[in-house]
Design a protein around this ligand. Structure first.
Ligand code: ADP
Length: 263
């Protein structure tokens, strides 16, 4: 079994991945939706702000209103659309946000440290959260009954607060919880690049013991994918492939190792 995560940033071809996945029954799908959140936020007059942690990881600043937009865009719009599309392609898809069945349980970060003009600030009203537990049993139950689970953030706290959790890391924890063989992270670039703006500088293989060295090549959100890869491997997943969602047969290509293979 594998867990496939499709990105939601500009330049991702989600439909291309869905068409390739549709005939298969060996996967669980996780998706993000950053572009859709930005679009909806803009339309509602609440444009997105990003914050950068002292270690250089970029996250969406998620105040209470942004959390609502995040939920509308991911669970409301994208998840429903992906499930409908998979069904039209013959796949028995079922949509689950991290709230359904307590699928993604976590806690809110009390304060988030961010860097602004060289100064470190504490942001206290952020609804970003850390995942503590994934209800893999529920996903397994649906999978064993022949359904194709389609999972997205938000997650939920024991007090019922919704939390913005990173979809790459959710995918990693789901993959670990399901003891999946492979985690495929589809994105808008061919994989981890030595030079992020140059697609010809693909790093084809990263031995897992050298992941922290290769972390130096990743900026912004690619860093989160490598952290997710580490979490998946630590959780028993055999290999992680970061691959482009754009070429024809993206799933087949990724499984053949076209992209960055971390194992
Ligand atoms: P998605 O929504 O597809 O998950 P993200 O925007 O979260 O995509 O992450 C992919 C982005 O990471 C790329 O578009 C690129 O701008 C950025 N990035 C930073 N460093 C690298 C790198 N070394 N190699 C490839 N991409 C990188």
């Amino acid at each position: 079994m594998m867990v496939v995560k499709v990105g939601g940033a500009e330049g991702n071809d989600i439909d291309n991945v869905l068409i390739d996945l549709a005939p298969r029954r060996d996967y669980v799908l996780v998706h993000g939706g950053s572009n859709e959140v930005d679009r909806l936020a803009e339309a509602l007059g609440r444009p997105t702000r990003y914050i950068t942690s002292p270690s250089g990881v970029v996250s969406r600043y998620t105040d209470k209103e942004t959390m609502e937009v995040f939920t509308m865009a991911l669970a409301g719009k994208m998840n429903t659309a992906i499930v409908a599309r998979l069904q039209s392609l013959g796949a028995p898809a079922i949509g689950l946000s991290g709230v359904d069945g307590g699928l993604i349980r976590g806690h809110r970060k009390e304060a988030v440290r961010c860097v602004d003009n060289g100064r470190v600030l504490l942001v206290k009203d952020d609804h970003s959260g850390t995942v503590d537990e994934v209800n893999a049993g529920l996903v397994q139950l649906l999978f064993d009954a022949g359904y194709v689970p389609v999972i997205c953030p938000p997650g939920v706290t024991p007090r019922g607060e919704l939390i913005n959790t990173d979809a790459d890391r959710v995918a990693a924890l789901v993959a670990a919880g399901l003891k999946a063989e492979t985690l495929v992270l589809f994105t808008n670039v061919p994989g981890l690049l030595r030079e992020p703006s140059d697609p010809s500088t693909l790093i084809p293989e990263v031995p897992r013991e050298r992941l922290s060295y290769f972390m130096n090549f990743a900026y912004g959100r690619m860093k989160k994918k490598l952290i997710a890869a580490q979490e998946a491997l630590d959780g028993g997943v055999k290999r992680v492939v970061i691959a482009s969602s754009q070429p024809a047969d993206p799933v087949e290509r990724a499984l053949e190792g076209m992209g960055t293979v971390i194992a």
